[in-house]
Write a protein that binds this ligand. Structure first.
Ligand code: GAL
Length: 672
């Protein structure tokens, strides 16, 4: 249950001593300051390749050994990176094939990071060699606790090697060109392939309209990246290291299907940079999206994760780089814990002097002081995390699952038709937010995950039903589960070929209806329905449906299809399925899910009235840990009724009426 099987929360940062090797006094000061800030771990070596192998085959690890030794002597542990996120100039110069080729089919020049070809045998060999050596040297160092593979895997390469690998991947998948041509429906516009060599990736100057090709390319990019990651893992294992490996993921990043990393990574970690205090969304909305993203990252392995990067103050790449206001650092950090993180880590420890990230927030700024607001906030959080060690052994007890599936997103966002605007993540968030605001823990699953143990599954905008998914939902409902589905579901199979026959494919008898016609709505336009005497809006993509057994709970009010079903319910097996013929408004989600939560006896983190902007999260272990979070900048008062808790940070008993300051957060434990 606990990462590293310990009762402690990691508090750490990306540390880049390689930038400071000419400043020994700074390196010495770093350790002293880290101790003051209650830092117990650092990620090192992420972008250090040029200092670790300054010339081909010449490995210079002594400086790193000294850093790791000194850190360890001070009780600070290291997550050691493989350096593949950025390659040295000598390598790009000598072996241009290591550089990426863009969709314009031009090879990039040396520069940036994440600019490598994942297929290049030369790059793979170089990464293997240095990772193996790092592992030989540090794999059993008592101060090294984990491998941090590369950095934020992502991006695609269109070089001849990658194209050939793609064709090999397709041969493996389809075996025959006939099978491929059918899956991609290539008779359309006479695009039939008669030789594997004719196949190219989707390119702006070439094929963009064959959706099956685009989908397979994205799957290939994921598989190739997972394979690269597995190669890095194998290299550190080759030297005998048994330390867990992680890679820092990026939440809803659309370039990779992160669920495919679940077997290669021992631990999932991710980099979270919410835009707090921006002028487009209020902090409550930012918090909801961040909560969903934490849950998605926990969902990849359905295990606790690490918050590998966050900023102690601000970033350098948002439209406006706004510092966290007082309270927000502790609040946003403990939010991660509430959703299953066993760490709070930062980018970065110390601001660099030059280059791209010199103005990115850091624990220590250019003045090197420890009496800044940011440093004090970090140190205070570090001291607090030391009181929360037992939480590492607990997990988020979710009985609700919401389906988010990357392949569905690729297909839905890539199709042409209905309307240009695609609101997949937004739709998932709309349904998720109600549970979040009511303190109901939610797991995020994809179509390959099992559904056992859930009472409720919410399936928003699942245009694609991958093979086996409809059967899985059917089995779930049959066995007593409650399913909520919605318009434009089960339209295509995993190749993006339309299902022939009635849709939602394979589930029409479960929902007791069939879809008849899609009715896209203009931005801001809504049709309406009345349920329990109240009027609600349905927008975005609405659908005319024909009921075949379902009970109609609400009918459309407007347009030529007024009077037709908009919201239905159907019992199937021991369970039930609700269907919404459109994108439901927030008000409806609030009322509808509040009723379901009661009916299904779903346990709330805190069973009290919570004002807008105040939410509670829960983890369950030796005790029940409740995280009360106020995302408003004004105080709020809660009435706890009969509840009695222990405030883990303040060491006092909590009961009765409690006031939380603006951006306040509390961690309470209850005996179970
Ligand atoms: C991350 C990256 C870090 C740093 C950070 C800045 O995406 O992994 O190396 O660049 O962003 O916010």
């Amino acid at each position: 249950m606990s990462i590293l099987n310990e009762t402690m929360i990691l508090h750490g940062c990306d540390y880049n001593p390689e930038q400071w090797l000419d400043y020994p006094e700074i390196l010495q000061k770093d350790i002293e300051l880290m101790q003051k800030a209650h830092i117990n771990c650092v990620s090192v070596g992420i972008f250090s390749w040029a200092k670790l192998e300054p010339e081909e085959g010449i490995y210079t690890f002594d400086w790193l050994a000294e850093i790791i030794d000194n850190l360890w002597a001070a009780g600070i542990r290291s997550l050691l990176a493989t350096p593949s996120g950025a390659r040295p100039a000598w390598m790009a110069h000598k072996y241009p094939e290591v550089l990426r080729v863009g969709p314009n089919l031009q090879r990039n020049r040396m520069g940036q990071r994440h600019n490598h070809c994942p297929t290049s045998p030369v790059y793979r060999q170089k990464v293997h060699d240095i990772s193996l050596r790092l592992s030989e040297r540090f794999g059993t160092h008592p101060g090294v606790i984990m491998w941090h593979l590369s950095n934020e895997y992502g991006g695609e390469c269109f070089c001849p090697l990658c194209q050939e690998a793609f064709r090999g991947w397709l041969r493996e998948k389809y075996k025959t060109l006939d099978a491929l041509n059918h899956a991609w429906w290539t008779t359309f516009w006479s695009h039939t392939y008669t030789d594997w060599a004719q196949i190219e990736p989707p390119l702006p100057s070439g094929e963009t309209g064959t959706h099956g090709l685009t989908l397979d390319w994205r799957r290939f990019v994921t598989d190739q990246t997972v394979d690269f990651c597995a190669m890095e893992k194998a290299a550190v294992r080759e030297a005998g290291s048994t330390l867990p490996v992680t890679a820092n993921l990026m939440g809803f990043f659309n370039g990779l299907n992160y669920f495919k990393f679940k077997d290669v990574l021992d631990v999932v970690s991710w980099d979270s940079y919410p835009a707090w205090h921006n002028d487009q969304m209020d902090d409550v909305a930012v918090a909801a999206l961040t909560a969903l993203t934490h849950d998605l990252m926990r969902g990849v392995k359905r295990e606790n994760f690490l918050l590998m990067e966050s900023t102690p103050s601000h970033v350098n790449w948002h439209e406006m780089n706004i510092s966290k206001k007082p309270g927000m650092h502790e609040l946003s950090s403990l939010q991660a814990l509430a959703h299953g993180s066993n760490s709070v880590q930062y980018f970065q420890w110390r601001k660099g002097r030059g280059a791209f990230e010199k103005f990115h927030g850091a624990v220590v700024s250019h003045d090197g002081r420890d009496d800044t607001r940011v440093f004090r906030d970090v140190a205070a959080l570090g001291a607090d995390l030391e009181k929360l060690g037992e939480i590492a052994q607990s997990k988020v007890p979710a009985r609700v699952a919401i389906v988010y599936d990357w392949e569905n997103r690729w297909a839905f966002e890539g199709m042409s038709g209905i309307k240009k605007e695609r609101r997949y993540v937004e739709t998932v968030l709309r349904h998720y937010a109600t549970f979040w605001s009511m303190g109901i823990p939610v797991d995020v699953v994809d179509m390959e995950c099992g559904l056992d143990g859930y009472a409720l599954v919410v399936a928003p905008l699942l245009y694609m039903y991958r093979a086996g998914f409809a059967q899985k939902l059917r089995g779930f409902v049959q066995a007593g589960g409650t399913l909520v589905g919605m318009a434009f579901g089960g339209v295509v199979d995993e190749n993006d070929l339309c299902y022939l026959g009635e849709t939602p494919a394979g589930l029409t008898d479960v929902y007791g209806l069939r879809s008849e016609e899609v009715m896209p709505q203009h931005a801001g336009q809504e049709n309406h329905f009345i349920w329990n005497g109240k009027t609600y809006g349905l927008g975005d993509i609405c659908e005319r449906i024909a009921v075949q057994g379902a009970e109609v709970l609400g009918s459309f009010q407007d347009d030529f299809y007024a009077g037709e079903p908009a919201f239905t319910h159907h019992e199937f097996g021991k369970g039930q399925a609700y269907f919404l013929a459109g994108y439901a408004d927030q008000d409806f989600c609030g009322d509808f899910y509040a009723g379901l939560i009661q009916a299904l006896k779903l346990e709330r983190a805190l069973d009290v009235e919570l004002p807008y902007g105040v939410v509670a999260g829960v983890r369950q272990g030796a005790r029940r840990y409740v995280f009360v979070q106020n995302y408003l900048d004004t105080p709020c008062t809660l009435n706890l009724g009969d509840g009695v808790y222990t405030d883990m940070l303040r060491g006092e008993s909590v009961r009765g009426t409690v006031t939380l300051e603006g951006y306040g957060v509390r961690v309470w434990a209850a005996e179970v």
